[in-house]
Design a protein around this ligand. Structure first.
Ligand SMILES: [Zn+2]
Length: 61
């Protein structure tokens, strides 16, 4: 296996889909490659969480 370069769908930056990440994906049974870089994935995850429950984040303040 080789690492792959993928263009992030959100920010347009090229990012590396590393061999260890590919193995992780395969282990999880994901067929698709990630479409977003790590930062954008993390941001989207955080946004989803915020949208679902606005008040729950207050405890982090
Ligand atoms: Zn990105």
């Amino acid at each position: 296996m080789e690492e792959k370069k993928i263009i992030c769908q959100d920010c347009g930056q090229e990012f590396i889909f590393s061999v260890s990440e590919q193995e992780f994906y395969r282990e999880k049974g994901f067929d698709n490659e990630p479409k977003r870089c790590r930062d954008c994935r993390r941001r989207r995850k955080a946004e989803r969480r915020n949208n679902r429950d606005n008040d729950s984040d207050r405890r982090w303040e």
